[in-house]
Design a binder for this molecule. Structure first.
Ligand SMILES: [Zn+2]
Length: 489
């Protein structure tokens, strides 16, 4: 049995010149400690920001535009609109392993914060709300950082200097502070704002060009080795607006930013983007770029609503719109209207905003249970803008590596016909109840059924006459598809 606690001699093992070799120590292959507890080692190797930091003296709270150069204890708050790793290590701070340059802005202005670190790994993201305490503000070094919009900078090293500190507001950010883009006034166009298509067609030449884009899909993180032997991480994000689409590449520290981003919901206002226009447009962050995450401006709301409408239309397996209409009322109503498919079509065209429910008597013309089972596609959903298929009720997204619940693939049900018309395959949105009524089993039972059972199920349902209980949701809530809340076999 190896000793739980190392003997005192084991700490002096490395000095070879001393006393004759001690056989007992050599024979123990067990790992001897170095006298430090795990907590002590962790505190050095992976330190965390000291949440209990208290300012050693008075710090004046200022807006960024009010900052002035010189030694003075000030504190300010803002959002991270750009961050990049400093490539060359400066001789000035030998103790530091590196530096992250943050561009921080509030509603009045922007400033650069050089955040030096030794062992700390700051998990900073674009859009993070941060508070900085610093005893000194400097003028930008001539030629290097001279940004007209952010003329000043401060250099902080919280691990070594007790006078400065950074606080990342992870839980205390209500998403309201510092959300208005610089220079934006309600009801006025933001200067330099153009559509993505205009930007690609030559708008990139305009100084102060800005684009407002929504996230379409997030690629997997990749690691590249450069010639110096260091590893660089990057992630590609497809972004779009109503006119075009482009790929935004983030590098290094900025890569972490994408983890909370949501497809078809996260909107980015990118000012002065870096660009490369080839067959497709590549957008990147340069030192001059500002990225405002979900800015508070009317155009951003419009773009998000536009993206949501597109998703509803294009989603491979849109969720059943629970709550968009009253299923209970439809179930218990004494008036039950039996429509033909042609009549439904006529009604919708006549009154597109109307929400109504009814019944259809149709025949199932095709089922794809067997073919989807063979292709491992019985269940599906979308995550990070990428379709995800499996013969299972959950799967792991390859992009965000999170487990995602899957629901029955709508393409399982082929066209339904009646005497007047037909539905397109896979376009109906069935509720979980409707699927259970049609297939006579739960999703778990479906994916666990043997091929033999599925073949029998398919043969039994094919050319069967079924009554479909449907609802049409009109207006902005609607998704342009029939929603099926029940199937009577
Ligand atoms: Zn995902």
């Amino acid at each position: 049995m190896p000793p739980q606690f190392p003997s005192i001699q084991s700490f002096f093992q490395s000095t070879k010149s001393s006393s004759p070799p001690q056989k007992t120590i050599k024979s123990t292959s067990a790992q001897v400690g170095d006298g430090f507890t795990t907590e002590e080692v962790n505190a050095i190797l992976s330190p965390s920001v000291n949440q209990f930091w208290t300012p050693p003296k008075e710090y004046e709270e200022l807006e960024i535009s009010a900052l002035q150069t010189g030694p003075r204890c000030v504190t300010f708050m803002g959002r991270v609109v750009n961050l990049f790793d400093q490539t060359s290590s400066s001789k000035m701070a030998q103790a530091a392993k590196g530096c992250i340059k943050l561009m921080v802005r509030d509603d009045t202005g922007a400033t650069m914060v050089k955040l030096w670190y030794a062992n700390m790994q700051y998990q900073l993201r674009l859009g993070h709300l941060v508070t900085i305490w610093t005893p000194h503000i400097s003028n930008s070094e001539a030629g290097s950082l001279a940004l007209p919009t952010a003329p000043l900078y401060t250099s902080i090293f919280p691990e070594r200097d007790r006078c400065c500190h950074i606080m990342i507001h992870e839980n205390s950010d209500d998403g309201i502070l510092c959300k208005t883009p610089l220079g934006y006034r309600d009801g006025h166009e933001l200067t330099g704002l153009m559509t993505l298509n205009n930007f690609i067609q030559g708008g990139y030449d305009v100084s102060d060009s800005r684009i407002l884009v929504c996230v379409k899909s997030i690629g997997a993180r990749k690691k590249l080795n450069n010639k110096k032997g260091t590893t660089l991480e990057l992630v590609n994000v497809i972004v779009f607006d109503d006119t075009a689409e482009a790929t935004l590449t983030l590098w290094g520290s900025a890569v972490n930013s994408v983890s909370p981003w949501q497809v078809s919901s996260t909107v980015l206002l990118i000012s002065n983007p870096g660009w490369r226009i080839e067959r497709r447009a590549w957008i990147s962050l340069t030192a001059n770029t500002y990225v405002d995450l979900d800015p508070s401006m009317t155009d951003a709301e419009w773009l998000r609503a536009f993206a949501q409408r597109l998703t509803k239309r294009d989603h491979i397996n849109p969720p059943f719109p629970e709550g968009a209409f009253d299923i209970e009322a439809a179930k218990t109503s004494p008036i039950r209207v039996l429509y033909t498919l042609a009549e439904v079509d006529e009604f919708i065209r006549a009154a597109p905003g109307e929400t109504f429910t009814g019944y259809l008597s149709t025949i199932i013309m095709e089922l794809n249970i067997m073919s989807l089972h063979r292709r491992n596609m019985l269940m599906c959903t979308e995550c990070c803008g990428v379709p995800l298929y499996a013969n299972a009720t959950t799967a792991t997204c390859k992009q965000c590596e999170r487990p995602v619940p899957l629901s029955t693939n709508p393409r399982l049900l082929g066209p339904l016909v009646d005497e007047t018309a037909t539905t397109a395959a896979g376009k109906l949105i069935l509720s979980p109840t409707a699927w259970a009524q049609l297939l006579g089993r739960s999703p778990e039972q479906l994916v666990n059924s043997s091929a033999e059972v599925l073949r029998y199920l398919e043969a039994r349902l094919l050319f069967l006459r079924v009554t479909v209980c449907f609802a049409w949701v009109g207006g902005a809530e609607g998704m342009g598809r029939l929603c099926v809340w029940g199937v009577r076999v």
